[in-house]
Design a protein around this ligand. Sequence first.
Ligand SMILES: [Zn+2]
Length: 274
Amino acid sequence: MRRAVILLAVALAAALVAGTDAAGRPNRFESKRAFAFLRWQVELGPRPAGSVASRTLAARLVKLLPGARYQAVPGGLRNVVYTVRGRDPKRYVVVGAHYDTKDYPGFVGANDGASGTAVAYELARALRPRTVRPTVVFVFFDGEEAPDDSSFEQNGMRGSRVAAQAYKRAQAMVLLDMIGDRNLGIPREQGSSDRLFARVRASASRVGAGRVFAGQTGTILDDHVPFARAGVPSVDLIDFTFPCWHKSCDDLSAVSATSLDVVGETVADVLRGF
Ligand SMILES: [Zn+2]
């Protein structure tokens, strides 16, 4: 018992010093910080595109990520773009997440909106220049949600359409959407690049999250689609089996910091692999 306690203490101390987990894997993603940012977004209340709360969130991202800027989206909307320079100035990849929430009364989108935004934010905050080969362009999309789900193809993905035209030479695009679900499972979405998803899976295995990224699902219309249509190999990391999708139960009780960590560590590893 005592020996076990000492060993545990030594392991924890080593982990703190080296920035690794108990299994010796590097810890590259601070899920507590990410979860705090998720919580802060939820506390703003509903954040539909164009709302005061949505603008407050965008302004917070610009303030927290020095050098971040707005990218105009038709209808008075705005993406937030933040670039971290890589070692190879000619290559770049895009990591994206939408920050608006579905416009239903009282809908706070802890998973659908806040989770992807929180993970993209924490990845952006922690990534130091020239630590990965390509430049990484983080894009927080405005206006992903359509006023009505049946018109999503025409009226949704508003911010990502603009960003896809601006960044159509990207080497890859990784979309984070609904990745905070407590019971997380991220199958390969059919419209996603096979090769890029294989990279994601390999990274997930390396960080000890291989089981989360298993199986296949059908085609999902999401913010990666404008990039894929522009010829950018893209993946949609999404758990679309979420029982609270576009329901009022998509609140803090539906999400977990562990899920954010699984995705954050995986994508941090993917970025290092390019
Ligand atoms: Zn949604």
